[in-house]
Write a protein that binds this ligand. Structure first.
Ligand SMILES: Nc1ncnc2c1ncn2[C@@H]1O[C@H](COP(=O)(O)OP(=O)(O)OP(=O)(O)O)[C@@H](O)[C@H]1O
Ligand SMILES: [Mg+2]
Length: 404
């Protein structure tokens, strides 16, 4: 300062220097502001990277974690002790993770358990899991009543027993009769049971759920009972609805002693089915159609009143029926002067499926002969071919025999 004061032009210099200093200060302030901003930005970035790191660490931990066992909660012994049944059927007493709220741990809940300690780690929400997709929900199959030939009476019976109570429940209570819970369609293979049920699905406004017994028995060992339970729950949720249990003999066969564990599993499925059948009211808006070509092996329990109390027989088609089926299948083919009436007699004992096959065979014969029209002679030849095939098949264990 003293030097500045000594200068002759001190004032001027001072103010110049002041201006310069002020400018510097401003510049430094700007810089400080910029740096501050940069610091904030970097801090933000660090924060988000830390989060990302934690997330990735979590994921690594998650991927490293051992697989969990799925089971069903059977009972709570105390707030932190439970009885569970693992999916292979063994029952354990296990600990329960503290995080899980006790009120959600109800018997029947599905849980995930640690593989070593079997402690319950997680509660699985009972959203419909893909298992139920073993059942198809049929929105509108492309089979209609016009695709079913010669079964007019049977169609009426099914509609009366299944559709009418859903559409007009008041009618039944007024008259004072209880509508059946379900109908059982029985008859030899290939005579239109599945076809008829699909046609019902097409014409009804009710939700139509189809489950094939053989798939249920094969695919989901250990899961059959639960699947049946969920099937009915789904039907109730989507009611009015019709459950179609096709090939019910696969799960509904007679319970025998000394069977294998696979059989026992199938029997558990059957027990669950019986329980479900008993568990809902005749007047509930869920109806069941079941179908089988082996009524002889069905467990009697299924046929008791209050279960499948109405049996509708879809037998081998008689003359008229066979003519109607042949006519129907030929109607979509190009034919030339065929007289179905003349060959109907020679198709005695043919099932609907065999009659359909006869028509396809006749078409193949025409094609092999480089023609575009099916003639009477093709039909005759086709009938002979199918009859020959039947004769071969007859030697095997053919359930059709039961209806002969
Ligand atoms: N009444 C019928 N009218 C027209 N076609 C029929 C009839 N019955 C059977 N068919 C033909 O045979 C095929 C098989 O019939 P469907 O699947 O309904 O037999 P099913 O009675 O369910 O036999 P399964 O006991 O073996 O299950 C049908 O797709 C159809 O082409
Ligand atoms: Mg069928």
């Amino acid at each position: 300062m003293s030097e500045v004061d000594a200068s002759p032009r001190g004032d001027v210099t001072k103010s110049d220097e002041l201006v310069e200093m002020e400018r510097n200060i401003r510049r430094l302030q700007e810089q400080a502001k910029d740096l501050n901003q940069a610091r904030h930005a970097l801090e933000g970035e660090v924060r988000s990277l830390r989060k990302k790191a934690t997330r990735l660490e979590d994921e690594i931990a998650h991927l490293k974690s051992p697989p969990m066992i799925i089971g069903t909660l059977q009972d709570m012994l105390g707030p932190r002790t439970a009885i569970v049944k693992s999916s292979n059927g063994t029952v354990f007493q296990v600990a329960v993770n503290e995080r899980l709220s006790a009120d959600k741990l109800r018997p029947g809940a599905r849980v995930a358990m640690n593989q070593d300690s079997l402690a319950i780690i997680e509660l699985l929400h009972d959203a419909w899991d893909p298992m139920v997709s073993g059942a198809e929900m049929i929105e509108a199959p492309d089979i209609s009543y016009s695709d079913v030939a010669g079964l007019e009476e049977e169609i009426t019976l099914v509609k009366e027993a299944v559709e009418l109570p859903l559409k007009n429940p008041g009618l039944f209570s007024k008259v004072g009769v209880t509508p059946p819970k379900g109908v059982l369609l029985v008859g030899p293979p290939g005579c239109g049971k599945t076809l008829l049920a699909k046609a019902v699905a097409n014409s009804t406004e009710a939700t139509f759920i189809r489950m094939v017994g053989s798939e249920l028995a094969q695919k989901y060992i250990g899961e059959g009972g639960r699947l049946v339970r969920e099937l009915f729950a789904l039907a109730k949720e989507k009611s009015p609805s019709i459950i179609f249990l096709d090939e019910i003999d696969a799960i509904g066969a007679k319970r025998l002693d000394g069977s294998t564990s696979g059989d026992r599993e199938v029997q558990r499925t059957l027990m669950q089915l019986l329980a479900e059948l008993d568990g809902f009211d005749q007047l509930d808006d869920v109806k069941i159609i079941a179908a089988t070509n082996r009524p002889d092996i069905l467990d009697d329990a299924l046929l008791r009143p209050g279960r499948f109390d109405r049996v509708i027989e879809i037998g081998l088609p008689k003359d008229e029926g066979r003519k109607a089926i042949l006519d129907l299948h030929l109607s979509s083919m190009t034919t030339r002067r065929v007289d179905v009436g003349a060959i109907v007699g020679s198709t005695k004992g043919f099932s609907g499926a065999e009659l359909a096959a006869t028509c396809v065979e006749a078409g193949m014969i025409a094609i092999r002969d480089k023609r575009t029209q099916v003639r009477q002679s093709d039909l005759k030849e086709a009938v002979a071919k199918i009859a020959e095939k039947r004769a071969h098949a007859g030697n095997r264990n053919d359930p059709t025999r039961l209806y002969a």
